[in-house]
Design a protein around this ligand. Structure first.
Ligand SMILES: C[S@@+](CC[C@H](N)C(=O)[O-])C[C@H]1O[C@@H](n2cnc3c(N)ncnc32)[C@H](O)[C@@H]1O
Length: 378
């Protein structure tokens, strides 16, 4: 079977590496997605284990269209009763980039009519649309004249792990947090610190990686569980096999934040993820932190500045640079922000730069290798 794992811009490579190490075949990177092949059971494993996928689609039909009518006719030819019954509910997510459709929703309506007519012609009844809790979620992708119809096997996006119920004002997407950690090359052998941890997303994702905990472990539901061909026994076996590989963390992970209230959120999330023994959390201003001279990895996701005066945010970024240079010599720091202006005030020369997206927000991820004298202007 051919599958499409969707991801955030910039994470395609780490996702492809995850897929290869899970055993996927014919892995191929495309824009914001990775194509791969595997057995049906592999779809369950991928949903349960992938840290950097947003959702996994299963293409069921692809065809060319020259008009709106073509979409209806080709939609009517799909054997919908292989996937659902007239009593089921469904919803369609249209992703349209075609001059044939001025209005994205219209393409979805045409496919909906085709599905309804397919069942009405066959059974006299039709499945109804439920956009909030659909039994089957259908993805309709049209690029110019090329249409692909897929089933969404995740339904609830995979970044919704289930452990994060409390969050700070600007939390990182869990998929992005896991992606940054995997991109950094951190191999659970060096101490990891997030000194501006907010609701604790980076420490928790690092803890899950260190303990080999599948990110799907906390979820109650995946879309494929409502499919006609869902095999619960196989899914239970897969979960058991993956959960049996959970281990103790070889390293300690630290999170701190200047805000007492935010740290309470982080504590609740760490506890929900079962990582109390792995992650230590403290209230602290970053400027007062110092490394204990072990080589360590720092991950910083400072405020972007939307709710702070410009002078204050520049001072904050300057303090980050000074603290990294003086207190964390010998460490590697990864910093992600959308505020390119204030970044100048960090005053350190980055070794690597990557463009990533936190939801719709364009961010930059920088790697700093810290040593005495690494700050350009003191
Ligand atoms: C963008 S948020 C981090 C969000 C976090 N990555 C998450 O997923 O929830 C930035 C955090 O930096 C913290 N912060 C701001 N100034 C700080 C400082 N001087 N020292 C430590 N933390 C600070 C804020 O309280 C806020 O929680």
């Amino acid at each position: 079977m051919r599958f499409v794992a969707k991801t955030l811009f910039g994470l395609e490579k780490v996702l492809s590496e995850e897929l290869i190490s899970l055993g996927a075949d014919n892995v191929q990177i495309v824009n914001r997605a990775v194509l791969f092949e595997g057995e049906r059971e592999f779809l369950y494993t991928a949903n349960y284990c992938l840290r950097t996928a947003l959702s996994i689609l299963v293409p069921i039909a692809d065809f060319r269209i020259r008009s709106k009518e073509d979409l209806y006719k080709s939609g009517l030819k799909i054997e919908w009763d292989r996937f659902m019954d007239p009593d089921d509910t469904f919803s369609i997510v249209p992703v349209i980039n075609s001059p044939l459709f001025g209005h994205t929703g219209y393409a979805g309506l045409i496919l909906k009519d085709a599905i309804a007519d397919y069942f009405r012609n066959k059974t006299g009844r039709r499945p109804s649309v439920d956009t909030t809790n659909p039994g089957i979620l259908i993805n309709l992708h049209i690029s110019n004249d090329k249409a692909i119809v897929s089933l969404d096997s995740s339904v609830i996006p995979l970044f919704k792990r289930g452990y994060r119920q409390e969050q700070s004002i600007a939390p990182l997407n869990e998929v992005l947090a896991a992606g940054i950690i995997l991109m950094s090359g951190w191999k659970s052998s060096a101490t990891l610190t997030d000194p501006m941890c907010g609701s604790g997303t980076i420490p928790v994702e690092a803890g899950l990686i260190a303990c080999n905990i599948p990110p799907g472990r906390f979820r109650q539901f995946f879309g494929f569980q409502r499919w006609k061909d869902f095999d619960e026994e196989i899914f239970e076996k897969i979960k058991l096999k993956c959960n049996n590989q959970i281990c103790a963390s070889p390293v300690k992970i630290f999170g701190s934040d200047i805000s007492e209230q935010t740290l309470q959120f982080a504590k609740a999330n760490v506890a929900r993820a079962g990582l109390n023994d792995v992650i230590s959390l403290d209230v602290s201003d970053f400027k007062n932190l110092k490394s204990n001279n072990d080589p360590s990895y720092l991950f910083l996701n400072p405020p972007y500045g939307q709710r702070i005066q410009p002078e204050e945010i520049d001072l904050l970024y300057s303090m980050i640079g000074t603290t990294l240079k003086h207190n964390f010599s010998g460490s590697v720091a990864w910093l992600i922000t959308s505020n390119r202006e204030s970044l100048k005030y960090v005053g350190l020369k980055p070794k690597e730069k990557h463009v990533l997206f936190n939801g719709a927000l364009e961010c930059i991820l920088l790697k700093y290798e810290l040593y005495q004298g690494s700050k350009k202007h003191d």
